[in-house]
Ligand binder design. Structure first.
Ligand SMILES: [Zn+2]
Ligand SMILES: [Zn+2]
Ligand SMILES: [Zn+2]
Ligand SMILES: [Zn+2]
Ligand SMILES: [Zn+2]
Length: 252
């Protein structure tokens, strides 16, 4: 076990690995797996929130770290506001630790600021883009459900037919598979309609068992990579289990 001092908490934080989901006390979003924890105060931080840096560059823009989000453009609060800003990558509300870019006005959760801009698996490349050219393979929509117009949520867009995913939806997949993993159900309890959509997509685009298996393998590696970042767990052990559960679901 490693004890680590943190600027954000009075007691040293201990690195622990628990499958139980938690809410990070830094960025206030969910996490599973490896985290930095104070047992006495029930205080948890994602890896990326524990090791935040004052500044960072992401997709060509400069961001600075803030412990609390700035008030939005039409907000009447003076110093910070936890109600009116959303992460430009995942579309979710920003309530705590955030990287802010003053040139673009964009905000990123610390975990989302660590997303890979490009993930290459064999001859398939997924690019992180501000707006996907077509619909997301998971939610079947272009824009996020309930998203504000200005925050469409970024997507991973591939050069492989219609295999695009909202960052938001990849997080949903991780959370759903983790709850089915911890409920000790024999088969993963993914939302059946969504799985059916994906199965239809796989069938319609790829004929033959080889290409289907190839796609499932690519998807598994892609999910494992993104899960690990979004869950704040760089070990990727749990991420790998969850990615396996999701892709298992495609085979039933
Ligand atoms: Zn966090
Ligand atoms: Zn404490
Ligand atoms: Zn506000
Ligand atoms: Zn985010
Ligand atoms: Zn989606």
């Amino acid at each position: 076990m490693t004890n680590k001092e943190s600027d954000f908490h009075d007691h040293p934080l201990v690195m622990v690995n628990q499958q139980r989901p938690y809410t990070c006390d830094g960025c206030k979003t969910e996490g599973i797996g490896l985290r930095y924890r104070c047992e006495r105060c029930n205080y948890d931080l994602h890896h990326q929130c524990m090791f935040s840096s004052p500044k960072l560059k992401f997709q060509g823009n400069q961001y600075r770290f803030l412990e609390k989000p700035l008030p939005g453009p039409n907000c009447t609060r003076a110093n910070y506001c936890i109600d009116c800003r959303n992460c430009d990558a995942c579309g979710k509300n920003v309530k705590g630790f955030v990287y802010h870019c003053s040139d673009t006005g964009w905000d990123l959760h610390p975990r989302c600021a660590k997303l890979d801009c490009k993930i290459s698996i064999g001859d398939v490349t997924f690019w992180l883009e501000k707006q996907g050219p077509s619909t997301c393979a998971w939610c079947n929509k272009r824009l996020l459900k309930g998203a504000k117009k200005k925050i469409p949520g970024w997507s991973y867009v591939s050069n492989y037919d219609d295999y695009n995913f909202h960052v938001y939806c990849v997080m949903e997949m991780a959370m759903q598979s983790s709850s089915s993993a911890s409920s000790s159900a024999i088969t993963p309890v993914m939302e059946e309609t969504k799985l059916t959509d994906l199965r239809v997509l796989i069938k319609s685009k790829k004929n033959g068992a080889n290409s289907k298996n190839k796609w499932l393998e690519i998807l598994k590696i892609f999910l494992r990579t993104v899960f690990s970042i979004l869950l704040g767990d760089p070990t990727a052990i749990l991420a790998s289990t969850l990615a396996h559960l999701v892709t298992e679901g495609f085979l039933h």
